[in-house]
Design a protein around this ligand. Structure first.
Ligand SMILES: Nc1ncnc2c1ncn2[C@@H]1O[C@H](COP(=O)(O)OP(=O)(O)O)[C@@H](O)[C@H]1O
Ligand SMILES: [Mg+2]
Length: 596
């Protein structure tokens, strides 16, 4: 399995840094409070114990002084810890909001084509969640693990050096050896673990492959072959897992040996210094305590490094999406209003990638106010044509002009949509009420405006039968609507907006013929003087349009009104005949070719 290449750690940190900026104060205060609390409990407390032991042995310290010292230290670290709790909660909860908001903002800036190519929304949702969780992991690993180690390393070494230079040197030597050993073997350990994970997912893949094809395996009597094939995958997983775990064991032996040698040397040195009257009993206690704690703290350094590496890789997957180049930059001086909506395509060429050109030097002139119908076989480019006018993507050459303005140079993305209503075949619903779903098209529309639009879209009576009428929740988590009902919502949205241009892409295909005719009639009346493009599979839909285009393989094969195209006895004529007769084999073949 190939490793997914994600954004570099520097990029990941640059984004987090930008997001964290408004909360820098909270972040620093939380961190400092926590560090102070930790230094108090782990460095200062053993020191006070030493002081009390020595004072008690020398009979110079009263129990009251000992209590006072302990009480004050406890008060100090309790205050720091609890204050840190408050600031950390405050910081992290604010950070969640910033990270979620920022992620959605950075994702939504992309072009519609980006979402067509990244249509797996489940993956995107996982990436956003991981991005936020990764921040928590990084913040907590750095605060609670890496910096604790640093505080230990610096704090304890300073105390040791101030007590006796030999103790200090031994500690420094231990910290360096232990850290270098951990970091050196970390990379190899990660590689082996990664390999084991890959083999494990091959096993999971194998299980699902078998389960999904279980009937086929039975039909062909291939049970033993499949068991053998699966066995190879589990063997590979077993070997990889064994290797990774054994390597981890070896590293543990090495680390354990270093700690053992260090502890033994430390005891020897402490006893030697005590016998030589260089240190007190309290100091002996202090260093026993420090050396135990410091080993504990850096023992799990590789665990921390692993979590940090994974968090950076996870976050990198979303940063990749943030960094995706903007393929549809907005025009700088965007036009804010157009008077008449003629549409002109000048020598358009377009390809989705690969060798297939969808359009090559296509030109088309639609005068303002024309009602134009487009038909053609599947894949002839009808939807692509609509998307180019909507600027879902830019043509590779040529330009599209609305009124007198090129859409690439004179409209902002959102601005262009103020002049065009697009109703596709499949209308997705938000998990909101019917009212909100329609009002989405024009947030300034009143409830009465919505009701008026639904009446004209022949939707009002249906909505009144819903459990909560206009307040009924629809969408994934609410009431499911039929294809035809969804299409009527799409039409109601278009009616609410009443833009100079309307494009329907198979938008009435799920309605019965009578309702379709009724709705098209209403649209034609409402959109009088406006430019309407109707893409349709059912030819009766576009029969009465001012002009009809037959698109074939990205080219305009025929262009005229119904009567002239019938007289031509070409493609359109054949299509009409096929749809009317329906019975003969040839007609059925043609009919089947004529789908969206
Ligand atoms: N997102 C896409 N990525 C790659 N190719 C596409 C994409 N959408 C459409 N195509 C291809 O472009 C051509 C035109 O498709 P389309 O405009 O959807 O045709 P129509 O709407 O007339 O059925 C077809 O060959 C189709 O396979
Ligand atoms: Mg289509």
């Amino acid at each position: 399995m190939k490793k997914v290449k994600t954004a570099s750690a520097a990029k990941v940190f640059a984004y987090y840094k930008n997001f964290i900026r408004p909360l820098t104060f909270y972040a620093i205060v939380s961190y400092l409070l926590f560090a102070a609390a930790f230094a108090c409990t782990e460095i200062l407390r053993p020191y006070i114990v030493k002081y009390v032991i020595d004072g008690t042995i020398a009979r110079t310290m009263t129990p009251l002084t000992a209590m006072l010292l302990f009480g004050l230290a406890a008060l100090l670290y309790n205050l720091c810890f609890r204050a840190a709790d408050y600031t950390i909660v405050s910081f992290e909860s604010k950070m969640w909001k910033i990270l979620y908001d920022g992620s959605i903002k950075n994702i939504l800036k992309h072009s519609p084509l980006f979402f067509i190519n990244h249509s797996d929304t489940g993956k995107l949702i996982t990436r956003v969640r991981r991005y936020v969780i990764s921040f928590e992991t990084l913040f907590e690993e750095f605060t609670f693990r890496v910096s604790i180690m640093a505080i230990y390393a610096i704090g304890v070494t300073c105390v040791a050096l101030a007590t006796d230079y030999r103790l200090g040197l031994l500690l420094v030597l231990f910290i360096i050896t232990f850290t270098v050993t951990t970091v050196t073997f970390f990379r190899r350990k990660m590689e082996l673990e990664q390999l084991a994970t890959e083999k494990e997912s091959a096993v999971s893949g194998g299980i699902s492959d078998i389960m999904m094809n279980v009937q086929t395996i039975k039909h062909y009597g291939r049970r033993n072959e499949e068991i053998e094939r699966f066995g190879k995958k589990t063997t590979a997983y077993k070997d990889a897992e064994y290797k990774a775990q054994m390597f981890a064991n070896h590293v543990r032996i090495l680390k354990g040996s270093i700690v053992m040698v260090f502890d033994t040397l430390m005891v020897g040195l402490l006893c030697y210094l005590f016998n030589a009257h260089k240190i007190s009993v309290g100091t002996m206690y202090l260093f026993f305590s420090y050396s135990f704690q410091i080993s504990m703290a850096i023992w799990s350094l590789d665990e921390g490094l692993k979590k940090i590496t994974k968090a950076i890789a996870d976050a990198g997957e979303l940063v990749d999406i943030f960094e995706h180049p903007d393929d549809l930059p907005d025009a700088e001086n965007a036009v804010t209003g157009i008077a008449v909506a003629s549409i002109k395509l000048e020598n358009i060429s377009f390809s989705y990638g690969g060798t297939k050109q969808v359009f090559e030097n296509l030109s088309l002139d639609i005068p303002a106010g024309q009602k134009i119908g487009i038909c053609g076989t599947t894949g002839s480019g009808k939807t692509t044509l609509a998307n180019l006018i909507l600027r879902t993507m830019d043509p590779s050459s040529g330009q599209i002009i609305i009124d007198e303005y090129s859409i690439r140079n004179h409209f902002s993305q959102d601005g262009l949509k103020n002049w065009i209503s697009y109703v596709p075949q499949n209308i997705d619903m938000f998990n909101r009420t019917v009212m909100e779903n329609i009002q989405f098209a024009d947030p300034s529309a009143s409830d009465d405006d919505v009701v008026s639009a639904t009446k004209r879209a022949r939707l009002h009576d249906f909505i009144l039968t819903l459990p909560n009428k206009y307040d009924t929740l629809i969408g994934e988590k609410g009431l499911k609507l039929s294809g035809g009902q969804r299409q009527r919502i799409g039409i109601a949205r278009a009616l609410l907006r009443n833009t100079p241009i309307l494009i329907l892409d198979e938008a009435t295909s799920a309605l019965d013929v009578m309702t379709e005719w009724e709705i098209l009639d209403i649209l034609n009346k409402e959109f009088v003087g406006k430019t309407v493009i109707v893409i349709a599979h059912r030819l009766s839909t576009i029969r009465n349009m001012d002009r009809i285009l037959v698109l074939e393989d990205g080219k305009i094969a025929e262009d005229g009104d119904h009567l002239s195209l019938m007289e031509l006895k070409g493609k359109y004529f054949d299509f009409i005949r096929a749809q009317n007769t329906g019975g003969s084999h040839a007609a059925a073949v043609k009919e089947n070719n004529l789908v969206h």
